[in-house]
Design a protein around this ligand. Sequence first.
Ligand code: 6PG
Length: 509
Amino acid sequence: MSQTAVADIGLIGLAVMGENLALNIADHGFKVAVYNRTTAVMKKFMEREKPPGGLVACETVKELVAAVKRPRKFIILVKAGAAIDAVTKELIDAGVEKDDIVADCGNSLWTDTIRRERDYAAKCKFFGSGVSGGELGARFGPSLMPGGDPESWKHLKPIWEAIAAKIDPKTGKPIEDYAPGKPVKGGVPCTAYIGPNGAGHYVKMVHNGIEYIDMQLIGEAYWLMTNLLGMKPPELSKVFGQWNQGDLDSYLIQITADILQQKDPVHPQDYLVDHILDAAGQKGTGKWTSTNALDMGIPANAIAEAVFARCLSALKEERVEASKTLKGPDPAYKGNRDELVSAIRDALYCSKICAYAQGFQLMREAQKEYKWTLNFAEIAAIWRGGCIIRARFLQKIMDAYGRNPNLVNLLLDPYFNEQITKAQTNWRKVVSLSATNGIAAPAFMSALAYYDGYRSARLPANLLQAQRDYFGAHTYERADSPRGKFFHLDWPEPKRPQIDIQPGSGGGH
Ligand code: 6PG
């Protein structure tokens, strides 16, 4: 079938995200040409969906390229990795030209995006955009984190701004009344140009690292209330529902309240959560965030802890065996229930502040490394709606960076400083209770260690430096000398232990 160029954009990959994004774009009056490697998938989609903006069915990549108006714009939504290169090459072979824009909207590694932009520069404008919000976000308004050539952004912007989640400028809250065919009118779109080459995918990766720790912290709160207070899912659901009315108001808290009321389809008298195996999966974006933090020397320990907590949970069979022999205290809390519930809330809030402080600290370092100029207030603003970590709290982060765009650490902002000052007694109480009762709460603990470490003018690294110098002449700086001046001591010879060898004690002849 020959195609005339009628579509505003082409989309490749009609899995869950691709389908929903295509419908969202079409709902906003743009014509989308769609292609999927397995044609039957595309045909089924076309039969099922008839959005007002219209879809153009394409059975080959050549048809897809021919169907899009110039400068052509394409969205790739296929599995991150080699498939992105394969599809980009197919597009180039099918006639994509130097000024055409190929936007990878998957969870690609930002260094791959940097490499791809460079490698394909002579053939097309390769662009990387983070997309968050899962299936519903893609359909009714995701948060979009575009990164790449600023000229290409000008062409993508009208579509990105139309399809993104919208914030009510008066309340700072997402507008959530988008129904199929009836998109939201007005509002501030949850998208903004992040920066060149891999900046968009980098920021999306940090979003996911924060998503990991947010989820882990909620899990720990649930687990402490279950084990210390014997609370059951419906009661816990109510607590999370209440927390969702205050500072912790967020998508992840809201879905936790929903999840905890869900009955099990197999044992209808039980709650589903009690029948789900406690072994977490992961696709790797949390690990990338942590690896990058290690590479750049940024203490994103709570984010990494959330990744390790998933790894530990995945060792299910090993843990079951270990539980038979490794002993610890049995949980026994005799105090007031409501007091502990609100202490756990405070612990969650303080830990969350630290987690975001780490994520933003990481981005701050990355912009130096990659020569980006990231706008942190804007990043917080576009995370207020559409994405998985959307939360009321992000308005506060936006305000903090609005007050001081060069804020060194979120903890130093007066608002967050005050919040932690008010709530930290409870946070410490929860961390000590989890330790004395033998309940693993690694993210609460790790976040507190970060807070206490960060606010310490002195740490024991002096001793560590002495040890390094002692055994390896690695040198140390002195507290009473300018930074950068290194010293070494010829440490006195260690006394080696004398070993008395008694005649006849060895295995002689
Ligand atoms: C989003 C999510 C999404 C992510 C899933 C699963 O922002 O919409 O971050 O991109 O892929 O949440 O991630 P894990 O399998 O690693 O938990």
